[in-house]
Structure formats: structure tokens, C-alpha cells
Ligand binder design. Sequence first.
Ligand code: NAD
Ligand code: DAU
Length: 368
Amino acid sequence: MARLLVTGGAGFIGANFVHYWVEQYPDDRVVVLDSLTYAGNLASLEGLTDCEQFRFVKESIVEKDVVATLLREEQIDTVVHFAAESHVDRSISGPADFIDTNIVGTHNLLQAARSAWLDSDDAPASHRFHHVSTDEVYGSLGPTDPGFSESTPYAPNSPYSASKAASDHLVRAYHHTYGLQVTTSNCSNNYGPYQFPEKLIPLMIVNALEGKLLPVYGDGSNIRDWLYVEDHVRAIDLVLKKGRVGETYNIGGNEEWANIDIVNRICAAIDTAFVDDGELATRFPDAPAAKGGQTASLITSVKDRPGHDWRYAIDPSRAQNELGFRPQHDFAGGLASTIDWMLNNEAWWRAVMDGSYRDWVTKHYASS
Ligand code: NAD
Ligand code: DAU
């Protein structure tokens, strides 16, 4: 039986991880530590709060004492560290929170883990610190460059990716210097249930349903590699079970798509959904599809993101060969499931979104 501390477990990937873990491993203890920023929501942990194996603690990883106490009190032997400021655009307009949470917060966790696991008489027999990171630490690729491998030099371009790169280096250093048993995964773009509608896919779905403009940065040619969140969660499980301590694993979906193609696919899928289900026009009367129009009419080119990375891609060899990881969802299936989930969980996305985010978007990306 493992005793997990999941930081950021009320966020998008963390919540998916917690749901998966509780179902797969009902004997394990799962403690979520999350400060519930705008991106974290208890609604994403529905059904778990009454579950005996589960505990939720609303605190920040920046609070040193909280983390240290929790590790000891709960006799944690595994940390899975998701907590972060995760949105690139927000890191451009306000980097300070990214430094606090992603760098200082990660360092607090490492210090607390070192103290509880390496410098204590009642340390667990074995331990693991798994750090969830991003492919953005490697910078941007040209059209024919090979995908990022674990030995690609770091070249972060945004305050977000620079803060994640710093945290990756700290995790590595705590292994090499102190012998902390760490692993790191660097994953490509996730999508799926419980993703806050500021990221490309859920934002486009919500705006399309509400008849709002679909803001495509620049010419829409930027490419990302997309992975359905459930596959990322399985990959982390595999790293915890089979990963070599001290190693990093690049996780990807082998699904490279240009932003504009994704937005067009979402538009077409929503048009079809309205044809198939007459009730949608009543629920979302402002959608162009409710009035016989085309969702794609909402697509608008806006000012580009400063320093916008052009392409990310993953060389999945290590995760494939060492962990046996292969995504189970292709992009077409994953996107269809995500759109269905958003249509069936309107109460969730309305609850997590508030006016301040809409105002923020309007201020930062004027139509070009
Ligand atoms: P998210 O923004 O949806 O969730 C982050 C969670 O962390 C939220 O619940 C938030 O409340 C919590 N949090 C933020 N600051 C905190 C603090 N100081 N103390 C405690 N909790 C805090 O992020 P996500 O998309 O789920 O990403 C999770 C992790 O995965 C991040 O580390 C991110 O860098 C990484 N990642 C994300 C993606 C992606 O496509 N979303 C891809 C690769 C890696
Ligand atoms: O690659 C992994 C990373 O993916 C994670 O580490 C980050 O936490 C996660 O936010 C994501 O970063 P991106 O910047 O790639 O994701 P985002 O959804 O913000 O944007 C995806 C692409 O779509 C990017 O090229 C910018 C563009 N975009 C985004 C938004 C929100 C638009 O054109 N319009 C938009 O409104």
C-alpha cells in the first residue's frame, strides 16, 4: 500500500490522476495538497471527498511548514508533484507567481522530502518524488527538426517554461547531491475532462457554444503534440512503477496538429452536434450553429503571443522502450470525447469560469 501526496490534485491533470489512482488502487492513501488558485476546483474531485482513502488539504506548496508536517503526519512515501502555475499567457503578463510556485514551491517540497525521507529516523522503507514537467523546457522546433528527446538541451522561451526548467534542475540536483529518489516526466500538450477553459481546446469549445469569437494567435500555424489526459496519467503510473530513479521520461501523443486545424475540427464537430441533437440550440442559443450558421464564422486572427514557440514534438523512444508506454487514444477520438464531456458538463465549466478571466483575455488579445 502506497501513501501518496498529490500536489495540484484539484487542477486539470492532477484531478484526472487522482480519479484514476483511487479507482486503480483503492487501498492506497491519497492526500491532495492544493491551494485552489483560479485553476483548481473541488468540483473536479467530485465523488472523492467522502472517500475514506482520500484527504484534501487546501494549502500552498510555498508554505514550508505545511508540507513538512503533512509528509510526516501522513507518512507519505510518494509525492506526485503537479502543482504549478501552468498558463503561458499568464506567465507573460505576470511572471512572479510562476517563480513563487514553480520554483520556490518545488524547492520547498524537495527540502521537506529530503528531511522526511533522508534525515529522519522514522523514514519510510522506500520513497519516490515524481515531478510532472513539460516539453516546453526544450524550446521551439523548426518544421523538419526531430522531436525532443531526453538529451535535447534545455532552451525555455517563456517565463512559464523557464520556471519549469528551473524546477526540473532542482529535482535533478536533489537526486545527484542528496540521493533523493526522483523521476521526472516532460509531457506534451494535454486535453480532456476538467481542463480550465483558458487553454486552446476547452476555450474554443466554450466560446463556440456561447457565440463568442475564437481567438487564433497569429496565423494559426503553430504546432503542438497532443495527448489525451488519461494517457498522460497512465504514463505517470508507469514511470512510478517501472521508471529508473534519477531519470527523465518524455511523454507524447504522436499527434502533431497546427492550431488552426484543431480550431476548424472543433467548429465542424460542434456544427454536427447541433444537427444531431436539437436540444443544443435551446441550451446554447447564441451559438451560430443554433441559428443554422457555421461555428467557423467565429474564427478571428488576433495579435500573436510574444515569443510564441512555433512547434513542439516528442521523441517517445525511451517511454516506449523502457516503460512500454503507448497512447490508447488518438486525437480524433480524444477530441470527440472532450467535446462530448464539455457538452455534458456545462455546470462544471460554468462553475470554474468567472468574469475576471474573460476580462483578462479581452484586455490581452485584441482582434488584429
Ligand atoms: P492546472 O493549472 O490545471 O492546475 C494546477 C493546480 O495547481 C491547480 O489545482 C492549482 O490550484 C494548483 N496550485 C497552483 N499553485 C499552487 C500552490 N502554490 N500550492 C498548491 N497548489 C497550487 O495545471 P495542469 O494543466 O493540470 O498541469 C499540471 C502540471 O502538469 C503542471 O506542473 C504543468 O506544468 C504540467 N504539464 C501540463 C501540461 C498541459 O498540457 N496542461 C503538459 C505538460 C505538463
Ligand atoms: O506543451 C505542454 C504545455 O502545453 C504545458 O506545459 C502548459 O502548461 C500548457 O498550457 C500547454 O501550453 P501551450 O501554450 O502550448 O497551450 P495553450 O492551450 O495555451 O495554447 C496552445 C496553442 O494554441 C499555442 O500555440 C497558443 C495557441 N492559442 C492558445 C489560446 C489559449 C491560440 O491560438 N488561441 C488561444 O486563445
